[in-house]
Design a protein around this ligand. Structure first.
Ligand SMILES: C[S@@+](CC[C@H](N)C(=O)[O-])C[C@H]1O[C@@H](n2cnc3c(N)ncnc32)[C@H](O)[C@@H]1O
Length: 210
């Protein structure tokens, strides 16, 4: 799987990348009432400009991405200097308050995630095939402390077997996350010309007190 993503980045087949911040952030993030200094995990981050939006909102950001091409392209968008180091098997690039961890999200462990207090997923869950989505939901729950919140932007489309992006229905979001998160649908868009419908969810990690 990692080879095919690397190939996509090398060949510039990155139709998922948005040249603007995703509207769900401006619309819904503040409603989650996440303190500005809370570190936000962005799994499968690509070179998303949403990370700059989160950083400008005051959040330290920890993005995880397996394609070094994506990380280098993100870094060159800004003139801010970059420091690089290695930790826990990841090559990490830090630019301002954004840290980009180059490697497999499933290799990120709780010890490294200690400071994370929120997450943002746009087109991350839907990038993964069905069995890996289960693994993703479980892994995310391991990294997020009780009470922590996140925003999830998902996608459903008529071609259920095909992907990425895979079609993930609301029923599946509930099945995947309800065991460990309180799941709330914030918004469901209208189908676009290809019949694709985006939905926006807030997830709160359940725990002893939540
Ligand atoms: C559909 S893109 C979404 C990127 C970003 N969230 C956005 O909104 O533009 C999925 C990204 O996940 C990366 N990826 C796929 N599997 C991964 C894994 N196991 N660990 C880290 N990154 C992964 C791919 O290289 C790709 O950049």
């Amino acid at each position: 799987m990692s080879t095919s993503w690397r190939q996509r980045w090398q060949e510039g087949r990155i139709g998922f990348h948005l040249q603007h911040t995703h509207p769900a952030l401006a619309k819904h993030w503040s409603d989650l009432a996440i303190a500005p200094d809370t570190k936000v995990l962005v799994p499968l981050c690509g070179k998303s400009l949403d990370m700059r939006w989160l950083a400008e909102a005051g959040h330290p950001v920890l993005g995880v991405e397996l394609a070094p091409e994506a990380i280098e392209q993100f870094l060159t968008q800004s003139k801010v200097s970059v420091s690089r180091y290695t930790q826990a098997g990841f090559d990490i690039s830090r630019q301002g308050s954004v840290e980009l961890w180059c490697g497999d999200f499933f290799h990120l462990h709780i010890q490294e995630a200690a400071e994370i207090g929120a997450f943002y997923d746009r087109a991350s869950l839907i990038a993964l095939p069905p069995a890996t989505r289960e693994r993703y939901a479980f892994h995310l729950a391991q990294l997020i402390p009780p009470g922590a919140k996140g925003l999830l932007v998902s996608l459903a489309h008529p071609d259920h077997g095909a992907g990425p992006p895979y079609s993930v229905l609301g029923t599946e979001i509930h099945q995947l996350f309800t065991a460990n998160f309180r799941v709330t649908l914030l918004e469901e868009g209208s189908p676009d010309e290809r019949g694709r419908t985006e939905s926006v969810w807030s997830l709160t990690r359940r725990g002893p007190l939540v």
